[in-house]
Design a binder for this molecule. Structure first.
Ligand code: AMP
Length: 283
């Protein structure tokens, strides 16, 4: 992999990196499209990272569709795919000496219900960055907290990499695309829309006189009526902390459990129509 990338670099190509856990969907390919716009060697990695799963069942049930992924990646114009094994990524296995510890920002929201999750994410992303040495790396806003933490990783660990954030791609009805969506039953899939609706409701309700707790409670009811369990709903500022006022609100975030399937989403407070991002191509 390193030798191959070195030849591409010598040929004057920038290395443009799209890390994923596979089960590729149009959300992933929107990152690829964005990378292709920049022009260079587009490298996509597929690695289901065990250290970021705090729930063994979630890891076991995580969809794995490598054959289809490789065909779709080729079709989408990805130049190369990196498919490391767990042994390659973690040469010392459970006896690893070094792992990254994410700070307080990682204890909020998704980190609160998935302890250690972001430590695993930062550890593997850092290792992938060392292996690949990309010029640019592409991450989705769908995982807003992860995106902010990766920006911090690059800043604090001095990676000479530009992080490009890409908007969330959605199904035609507004559900954020996710590899986990295939685990929903037809009925759950229809009802799962309540998450993006609840977030949209929160953004629309954010005015000068918005009473945050009331807004959150009403949004929570929209999800609970569908029979799903709210993990969190939040209006946050640019530090990922709860926004004290509508003026400092940057993003609304939410996570819910649909049976054993955990879904997350977020939208910008800046534009009420931000749930309208439907990827224009078909796989
Ligand atoms: P994952 O395979 O879920 O780890 O995601 C790999 C990358 O794709 C991450 O940067 C995600 O934020 C991004 N991604 C996942 N879903 C979407 C989506 N619906 N829209 C845009 N980016 C996404």
């Amino acid at each position: 992999m390193r030798e191959y990338l070195a030849t591409r670099r010598r040929a004057g190509q920038q290395i443009l990196f799209v890390p994923t856990m596979g089960a590729l969907h149009l959300g992933h390919f929107s990152l690829v499209e964005r990378a292709k716009e920049d022009g260079g060697e587009v490298l996509l990695s597929i690695f289901v990272n065990p250290t970021q799963f705090n729930n063994p069942e979630d890891l076991e049930k995580y969809p794995r569709t490598v054959g289809e992924d490789l065909a779709a990646a080729k079709e989408a114009g990805v130049d190369s795919v990196f498919l490391p094994s767990v042994e390659e990524m973690y040469p010392c296995g459970d006896k690893a000496t070094v792992s990254l510890k994410a700070g307080e920002m990682a204890e909020l929201w998704c980190g609160a219900s998935r302890p250690g999750h972001f430590d695993g994410v930062l550890t593997v992303v850092s290792a992938l960055f060392h292996i690949v040495g990309p010029d640019k790396a592409y991450f989705g806003e769908k995982d807003w907290q992860q995106l902010q933490l990766i920006k911090r990783l690059v800043l604090e660990q001095h990676f000479p990499i530009e992080i490009i954030s890409c908007p969330t791609m959605r199904e035609a009805d507004g559900l954020a695309m996710s590899s986990r969506n295939v685990r929903l039953s037809a009925d759950e899939r229809l009802k799962a829309l309540c998450l993006s609706r609840a977030l949209e409701f929160m953004v629309k309700g954010l005015g000068d006189k918005a009473v945050m707790p009331e807004l959150v409670e009403k949004a929570r009811a929209m999800i609970e009526t569908e029979g799903f369990e709210v993990d969190y709903l939040a209006v946050i500022n640019d530090e990922l902390c709860p926004a004290g006022s509508a003026a400092e609100a940057v993003r609304v975030l939410g996570a819910m459990n649909v049976g054993a399937v955990r879904l997350i989403d977020n939208i910008s407070c800046g534009s009420a129509d931000s749930v309208a991002n439907v990827f224009p191509f078909k796989l």
